[in-house]
Design a protein. Structure first.
Length: 278
């Protein structure tokens, strides 16, 4: 993002006005910092967090899971040594539209800060994100493989981009990819992550193959969730990276902000239209 200098005339303040302005700004800034530190420095971990027993952050990972039902299944299916689970209650706050104080007052966001061990303020910069006590080096967003799940994942990504961008830049944020289908025939079974993959499996199985469509994480049992989405040997995860910060900023503003026409235009250009039988 470029800042154009010299585009406006300089603002001249009398000494007394400048002093009062700076003093007022300092009070407001101090209040903001006290609020942030108070909110983010809670000593106890969130009650919903099912923590792992491992203590090395480089080996530990946390799953931010959509809903209590899927969270319960994930708790049963995880490896307790290195995998922590924190269920999120529905859709988190859209930080793109919210005032900063509302963001730091939001219960789900406070829980995320506390669970991750992330605080605001370093010795060098009181406003900087402090990752010195980060408790997990893999932060995995795990949502249903449907429209609502995609929206929730986007809300979480918006929060990370706006308030914990260093986590993304340091390669700590991932998105889990649960399967869309289970194809079975007799004793044979195989998972599919796309319609194309499903069709190929059906063809290889031959006539009589049965298809189960997973509408949500809660439809899988603990063993299935582990096998498909949480087992490091077989799972597929997408690491979130920022290739172009300026473009990412524009996209988040457009898709998650208040300005409707650009968002509508983007959706119309990029939507995949399906033929639905009436």
């Amino acid at each position: 993002m470029k800042v154009l200098e010299g585009s406006e005339p300089p603002i001249v303040l009398k000494q007394s006005q400048e002093h009062n302005h700076c003093a007022t700004f300092g009070i407001v800034e101090a209040k903001e910092m006290v609020q942030r530190k108070t909110v983010m420095s809670s000593g106890s971990l969130p009650g919903k967090l099912a923590d792992c027993s491992g203590k090395d952050p480089a080996e530990c990972e946390i799953y931010l899971v959509e809903g209590d039902s899927a969270g319960g299944t994930a708790k049963q299916g995880r490896d307790r040594f290195f995998q922590a689970i924190m269920p999120l209650r529905g859709k988190i706050l859209n930080v793109e539209k919210a005032m900063q104080h509302k963001v730091f007052e939001n219960e789900e966001i406070k829980n995320i800060f506390t669970a991750l061990g992330v605080t605001i303020g370093t010795e060098e910069d009181p406003r900087a994100l402090n990752l010195s006590k980060l408790r997990y080096h893999k932060i995995v967003i795990m949502c249903d493989a449907d429209i609502d799940g995609s929206h929730i994942a986007t809300l979480i990504l918006t929060f990370f981009f706006r308030y914990m961008r260093e986590l993304v830049e340091n390669g700590h944020v991932y998105i889990a990819t649960p399967p869309l289908y289970l194809v079975k025939k007799g004793a044979k079974k195989q998972y599919a992550w796309s319609d194309k993959e499903r069709d190929e499996i059906i063809e290889s199985f031959g006539d009589g193959a049965k298809i189960q469509r997973y509408k949500g994480l809660g439809e899988m049992n603990a063993e299935q969730l582990w096998d498909t989405t949480m087992d490091p040997e077989f799972r597929t995860m997408r690491q979130v990276q920022i290739d172009n910060g300026t473009e990412a900023d524009r996209i988040f503003s457009m898709l998650m902000g208040d300005d409707v026409p650009p968002r509508r235009e983007f959706i119309e250009k990029n939507a995949i239209y399906a033929n639905i039988d009436a």
